[in-house]
Design a protein around this ligand. Structure first.
Ligand code: NAI
Length: 461
């Protein structure tokens, strides 16, 4: 069997790339070893966690805001098994959707785990396929942490956390990054006592520091506890309980905490097991990623790589964009990803979203900037919906007013950020956003108000 291009991995990078390559007239196959398509994101990541975030947000609304709106009656109880069933249905609908899209676009799904015995050849089981080009899109896996033995029952990664037999009474989360806070907040809303242990003195490193402080306060109000500046030394489990020991960095003192469940969320690493990259001589970076050039070509001719296995943020949408770009490049077009405008979203309630520069990165670069900020407390829609926590912050060039970055904490921040992304793609000034009519009453007015605050001032502040 011979193809123009074989994608290895059917996550957001591989499946999107395969569909686009087929749409551009190439003969395409995609190798996937899981039972279903969609990779980590659809099967054990973004999509299932969002189902649980949605369900638990509704629970939180019922418990905290229904009464005030005149919605009275018995409070809903959690049927954990049923909630996991809902989550599985959501996964099923999405993975079957990709299977349908593969058929529609004539992408062959080769089932099994791939290796690359030589450039131009992909081996799956005892079958060898010929490919003019190979694209590695094999994704990432949880990074192990020394002293922490994951069993996916008591000490779990995000994968095990999505399948827990019961809701833990006490949960320890190691790492205050995206996974730790998304999953931690789900279990906090389900009634678990959640303590997050973080190595740094702040949560969500890399994000705007002011947003991080505000986010920590809001999560604290939701009952989550934080131990910052603490290095986890070990986590050990008995059948039903776990002990986590950590050292406070300020004084080296050692402490131990107990819980029913421990979630390890200290980062992910590229997954390249079994591909045979070493034998092929594919060059890797110091951080274990596949080294690529601007066209996603590796050091071996005919082999490309995209998504979590290469440099850059480990985000599904970054992988998707690279999938489209590499497909276009392989079809002879000019594929391109603008790495300056890749939004990042943390799906908690409220959500946190960011794009472009932060105040910290602008200060480091010595750039002159101005800040336009607007609180959701001044937004009528947010007030009506008990969603006044948080703010929009737009950073613009001091001289030219060009938007350099934006940071939002608040209701649907992950959706609101995109009008700023589009504005940035067009090189817009804050004034361009400020002069754009925004429908009233919408959350998006808070974005416009922040843009106004970059100029003559917000109206409702
Ligand atoms: P992360 O890199 O976001 O956060 C890991 C945290 O663990 C950091 O704050 C780090 O300082 C801390 N840490 C490291 N070692 C520690 C130790 N020994 N003791 C205590 N704390 C320690 O990693 P995370 O949350 O596991 O996510 C992995 C990847 O998946 C990220 O690249 C993330 O962007 C991506 N992801 C994105 C999502 C989204 O876009 N909504 C959702 C889930 C994952």
């Amino acid at each position: 069997m011979s193809y123009d291009v074989i994608f290895i991995g059917a996550g957001p990078g591989g499946y999107v790339g395969a569909i686009r390559a087929a749409q551009l007239g190439l003969k395409v196959a995609c190798v996937e070893g899981r039972e279903t398509l969609g990779g980590t994101c659809l099967n054990v990541g973004c999509i299932p966690s969002k189902a649980l975030l949605h369900a638990t947000h509704q629970l939180h609304e019922a418990a905290h805001n229904f009464d005030a709106m005149g919605l009275t009656g018995a409070k809903p109880k959690v049927d954990w098994k049923k909630m996991l069933g809902y989550k599985s249905d959501v996964i099923g609908q999405n993975t079957k959707g990709i299977e349908f899209l593969f058929k529609k676009n004539k992408v062959d799904w080769i089932k099994g785990w791939a290796s690359i015995p030589a450039p131009g050849k992909v081996q799956v089981g005892d079958q060898t396929y010929e490919a003019r080009k190979i694209v590695i899109a094999s994704g990432s896996e949880s990074s192990p942490l020394k002293g922490v033995e994951v069993d996916e029952k008591v000490i779990v990664t995000s994968t095990g956390a999505l399948e827990l037999g019961k809701i833990p009474r006490k949960m320890i989360v190691i790492g205050a990054g995206v996974i730790g806070l998304e999953m931690g907040s789900v279990f906090a809303r389900l009634g678990a006592e959640v303590t997050v242990i973080e190595y740094l003195d702040r949560i969500i490193p890399g994000n705007d520091a002011e947003v991080a402080r505000s986010f920590q306060k809001l999560l604290g109000k939701q009952g989550m506890k934080f131990i910052l500046g603490a290095a986890v030394q070990s986590a050990t489990a008995t059948k039903t309980k776990a002990k986590v020991s950590y050292k406070l960095r300020k004084d080296d003192s050692e402490h131990v905490l107990e819980a029913d469940t421990v979630l390890l969320a200290t980062g992910r690493r590229p997954f390249v097991d079994g591909l045979g990259l070493e034998a092929l001589g594919v060059k890797m970076t110091e951080r274990g990623q596949i080294a690529t050039d601007r066209h996603y070509a590796t050091s071996v001719a005919g082999i490309h790589a995209i998504g979590d296995v290469i440099e850059g943020p480990m985000l599904a949408h970054k992988a998707e964009d690279e999938g489209m770009a590499v497909a276009e490049i392989l079809a002879g077009q000019a594929g391109h990803v603008n790495y300056g405008v890749i939004p990042g979203v943390i799906y908690t309630w409220p959500e946190v979203a960011s794009v472009g520069e932060s105040e910290e990165s602008l200060k480091d670069a010595g750039r002159a900037y101005k800040v336009g900020k607007f609180s959701f407390m001044g937004n009528g829609r947010a007030k009506a919906n008990f969603a006044g926590d948080g703010f929009v912050k737009i950073l613009a060039d001091k001289q030219t007013d060009r938007i350099l970055g934006a940071h939002i904490i608040g209701p649907y921040a992950g959706d609101l950020i995109h009008e700023i992304c589009v504005a940035m793609e067009f090189g817009a000034a804050a004034e361009d956003l400020a002069r754009t009519c925004h429908a009233h009453p919408t959350y998006s007015e808070a974005v416009r108000e922040a843009a106004l605050a970059c100029g003559d001032g917000a109206l409702h502040a």
